[in-house]
Design a protein around this ligand. Structure first.
Ligand code: PLP
Length: 399
């Protein structure tokens, strides 16, 4: 997955252009910049690639989620539905605004289960935030239907699935808002960075202003701009954006490599009847960043994961026991451990997650192993890895 594996001359050239002007900031300094506007250039390229009218870059994917929610007017006490299997950024961004993360089960797509989403809706619900985990998407048709029926916003976290599609449209472009991360380990990287995409001019106007202290970005005297509302600093730097300018045009090249390696490994595992694969919703095509498969039981998945590690097959993850990605290890959230006092709305609104029953999620995530597909592998390495993985799994299953 990580785009840094294929860094080269293009990345160096883009960064050098920024260093040559010395303007590392995305706004202002028009006279000094010698025509270099890397953030603006990357925003235009991203909007085009994602088939949306607007894209706004941020300092991280977490910032993008926060900005997206803020741009839609989400604030204290609003409920945002998010999955039990995701990255911690989901609830961090929600809590940053004083809103309430409502954890909801995932199904065999490893993303939000539409039925569970329906059951979690209350009069305070404002947003449904599916996370397209590990390269593939949520059932967006079902979720769009639920959102339309209940007057909710659909915010896609496409940080781990950039380049995937659903019904022919790029992931991230289907919801009212979509978010990407360009952190160091993502398919397209800026070192650090993120983006909000949308077809709503109103959300876009809010997003760029909120990300820059509320600056309205009118005219060409930054010091004289007015501030229609409170904002924050979630800006990306020109240096980071420059790396993205080199990386984004390579997205299709990266996905083609991932697809080839993914299919090689999948073909080897398909020979094993006990192994099944994560469901990809009809009409969807992932970005092949991970191959996700199920073992018949949690115990077998744990044994297979251990055995793969012992036999040198790295980059296979068992999320059920992972610190970052699954609700079981989110004690800081469930116990409300913050440095300072949490907002009253959050303290009062946060469900008692110690009592929650997420056994439907455990059923799938407990049996899941995810194999990261690396861009830096050679074809020979992939062939050997596929054979090795099948051997190790068969030996654990004693077949
Ligand atoms: C990486 C990631 C983010 C945001 O990450 P940053 O490191 O803040 O850029 C958000 N959601 C998911 C699912 C991610 O994988």
């Amino acid at each position: 997955m990580p785009g840094f594996e294929l860094f080269g001359d293009k990345e160096r050239k883009e960064v050098a252009q920024v260093l040559d002007t010395g303007v590392l900031m995305r706004y202002g300094f028009d006279g000094m910049r010698n025509g270099q506007w890397k953030a603006k250039e990357l925003e235009a390229a991203l909007a085009k690639r994602m088939q949306v009218t607007h894209a706004h870059l941020t300092s991280s994917g977490t910032a993008a989620l926060t900005v997206a929610l803020a741009s839609a007017g989400i604030g204290a006490g609003d409920e945002v539905i998010m999955p039990t299997f995701t990255f911690v950024a989901s609830f961090e961004s929600i809590l940053a605004l004083g809103a309430i993360p409502i954890l909801v089960d995932v199904d065999d797509t490893l993303t939000l289960a539409p039925k569970a989403v329906k059951a979690a809706i209350t009069p305070r619900t404002k947003v449904v935030m599916p996370v397209h985990m590990c390269g593939s998407m949520a059932d967006l048709k079902a979720l769009r239907g639920i959102c339309d029926k209940h007057g909710l916003l659909l915010l896609e976290d496409a940080c781990q699935a950039i380049g995937g599609t659903y019904e022919g449209k790029p992931l991230g472009s289907i919801g009212d808002l979509g978010c990407f991360s360009f952190d160091y380990v993502k398919t397209v990287t800026c070192g650090e960075g993120g983006a909000v995409v949308t077809n709503s001019i109103a959300f876009y106007e809010n997003a760029h202003q909120y990300s820059d202290h509320g600056h309205d970005h009118r005219g060409n005297d930054r010091g004289a701009e007015s501030h229609p509302f409170l904002g924050y600093n979630y800006r990306i730097s020109e240096l980071n954006a420059a790396v993205g300018c080199a990386q984004l045009p390579r997205l299709d090249e990266f996905i083609a490599i991932q697809k080839q390696y993914y299919l090689t490994i999948k073909a080897a595992l398909e020979e094993i009847p006990e192994v099944s694969f994560r469901r990809i919703p009809e009409g969807g095509e992932g970005n092949y960043g991970f191959l996700n498969f199920f073992l018949p039981t949690k115990e077998l998945a744990q044994q297979v994961h251990l055995a793969l590690g012992k036999h040198g097959v790295d980059t296979c993850f068992y999320w059920f026991d992972n610190n970052w990605h699954y609700y079981r290890k989110w004690e800081h959230l469930t116990k409300g451990k913050a440095l300072g006092k949490l907002p009253t709305d959050v303290l009062e609104g946060l469900p008692d997650y110690k009592k929650s029953d997420f056994s439907a999620s455990d059923h799938w995530v407990g049996r899941t192993i995810s194999c990261l597909i690396k861009l830096g592998w050679t074809e020979e390495e992939v062939d050997q890895r596929a054979i090795k993985m099948a051997e190790v799994i068969k030996s654990v299953l004693s077949i």
